[in-house]
Design a protein around this ligand. Structure first.
Ligand code: NDP
Length: 520
């Protein structure tokens, strides 16, 4: 063990040595032959996330040779134009390999569509032709990477052109977030989806669940004996879930002005992470059983008392400041944002899970843009020791233990505890046992999008959001959104400086409960 600097406010960090593998290395899973049709293929998501993920999966030989991609969008381009556009995007990827790209790009095709039935016929013809050529067995993955306003139309047309039918191969649809704008609109979208596809064909994606350390929550909790006995209200004082971004809205004002932080982060990523932390162990590790347990957590969420909303919710918006040593403009100065916009870019929310395990244990959820650092972590804050037996020896009281699951940027598991400080005088110090999650792993590292794309192709739905889960999450959040956006009890939107940890009111939310946020 060596001692280094702590990145919490503890005094020392203990690094855990490399852990010897307990068995044979895990085998990779290889998806079957298939094709992927991306609608909105000229957009940001395709360039920044989907195409780099597909390229890496091909380069690492995880995707089979019998695989091709059809990009579809309204922009005028031919296959070569699309390949050039994607190459420019993928070149940004670490260890770009020109040869591997050349091979991969031969499997990329593009069709300009105006989303009319005729242009869908063109896509269908292209699929028939290329499926023959690539031997993909008519397995088709349709990916909606357009603005959500286009989802229903595309789904209807896929259905009416027979593209949702399964026969020789499977047909699946991947729907990006945001899945609706509130409970009512999500249900309307749901109706269209389920009129044209069966639930088992639908993949409501939350790429956040593809992050290694989110999945690892289940392994840590249920593959070890030591955590479960203390994973409850008897030992846990509270839980914090933070998804902090240092970026602003990156030119996506059109989307963000409609969404705000509660829709963008809470309805999906944060509530899903909460579900992994709070869920009960399923009897076996199987998609539907795991999803059942996550859904039960949503069912147990205590509705927020809208008349006392400000006791549970703080919202804020970034003002000009400095992030990472660079000047950052305020939200309302961003291009495309209304000068009087009240859209929150930060929220902190206190919630409770009303069940035997978690009764009266607060879960403090927090997310914001243009914060001091980009980091996501879960902190399980334990209760203090029942009796301060060192009180005569030590001037200060002993603080509680904490278990920290860092999701990004660097994936780690940390335990904060107390030890004796070496030396003649008896005093304690607060140390951090630190396990970098990727330590000792030499296999292929998959990004969140790579992982969820593989799962769609394999038909594994564990990391996807089921219909009931999606509706319950919206059902919990929609009254809060309505009150926060236009109700008479609408909370103030507190300004915070870009580069800070959010508005002071968010600190007060915890301070009044005698607690404080754990930052990086
Ligand atoms: P973009 O705004 O970049 O749109 C993608 C493409 O959709 C555009 O290039 C455009 O292509 C096409 N498009 C725009 N308007 C319409 C319309 N009215 N009808 C049909 N097509 C249209 O979005 P992103 O790529 O950023 O995101 C796509 C989806 O993924 C969104 O729902 C977003 O919320 C979600 N998402 C995005 C993430 C990201 O990092 N970007 C992360 C997580 C989710 P053309 O004009 O050529 O047709």
């Amino acid at each position: 063990m060596d001692i280094g600097d702590s990145n919490l406010d503890s005094e020392a960090t203990i690094k855990v040595g490399t852990v010897a593998p307990t068995g044979e290395p895990c085998e990779e899973l290889y998806p079957p032959p298939c094709c992927m049709v991306i609608f909105g293929a000229s957009g940001d998501l395709t360039r920044r996330k989907l195409m780099p993920a597909l390229y890496r999966l091909t380069k690492d030989k995880i995707l089979p040779d019998n695989f091709f991609v059809v990009g579809a969008a309204r922009t005028e381009m031919d296959d070569n134009g699309f390949r050039r556009m994607m190459e420019d995007a993928v070149k940004e990827v670490k260890n770009f390999d020109a040869k591997a790209w050349k091979e991969f790009s031969k499997r990329l095709f593009y069709r300009k569509i105006d989303y009319s039935k005729d242009t869908f016929e063109n896509i269908k013809k292209l699929l028939d032709e290329k499926e023959e050529q690539f031997g993909t067995g008519r397995n088709r993955l349709f990916y909606l990477a357009t603005p959500p306003s286009a989802y229903s139309g595309i789904i209807e047309t896929l259905g009416s052109r027979g593209l949702s039918e399964e026969g020789e191969g499977w047909s699946r649809i991947v729907i990006e977030k945001p899945y609706g704008h509130d409970l009512e609109s999500a249900k309307r979208l749901e109706e269209v989806v389920l009129k044209n596809f069966d639930e088992q064909q639908v993949y409501r994606i939350d790429h956040y669940l593809g992050k290694e350390t989110v999945q690892n929550i289940m392994m840590l909790r249920f593959a070890n004996l030591i955590f479960e006995p203390i994973w409850n209200r008897r030992y846990i004082d509270h839980v914090q879930i933070t998804v902090a971004e240092s970026m602003g809205i990156e030119g996506r004002a059109g989307y963000y002005e409609q969404a705000g932080v509660l829709r963008d982060m809470f309805q999906n990523h944060i509530l899903q992470v909460l579900a992994f932390i709070a869920m009960e162990p399923p009897s076996i590790y199987e998609s539907e059983l795991v999803r059942d347990e996550r859904v039960k957590v949503f069912r147990a969420l205590r509705p927020i008392d809208i008349n006392k909303l400000s006791e549970s919710l703080v919202i804020g918006q970034y003002a000009a400041g400095e992030v990472g040593g660079k000047a950052a403009q305020g939200y309302i100065e961003e291009e495309g944002v209304a000068k009087d916009s009240m859209v929150p870019t930060f929220a902190a929310l206190k919630v409770f899970v009303d069940n035997w395990r978690w009764q009266d244990v607060p879960f403090y959820l927090r997310s914001g843009k243009r914060l001091s650092e980009k980091f996501s972590q879960v902190t399980i804050q334990f209760k203090g020791v029942p009796h301060q037996m060192f009180r005569e020896t030590l001037a200060a009281e002993i603080g509680p233990n904490a278990f920290i699951l860092r999701i990004q940027p660097d994936e780690r598991v940390q335990l904060r505890f107390h030890t004796k400080n070496p030396g003649s005088k008896v005093c304690l110090r607060d140390v951090l046992m630190d396990f970098p999650y990727m330590q000792g792993y030499t296999g292929i590292e998959l990004s969140d999008y790579e992982r969820v794309l593989i799962d769609c192709m394999l038909g594994d739905k564990m990391l996807f959001v089921r219909r009931d889960g999606m509706e319950l999450a919206w059902g919990f959040l929609t009254p809060i959104l309505k009150a926060a956006e236009r109700g008479p009890l609408r909370p103030e939107v507190d300004l915070y400086k870009a580069g800070s940890y959010g508005p002071f009111e968010a600190d007060k939310l915890l301070q009044k409960d005698g607690r404080r946020w754990v930052n990086l």
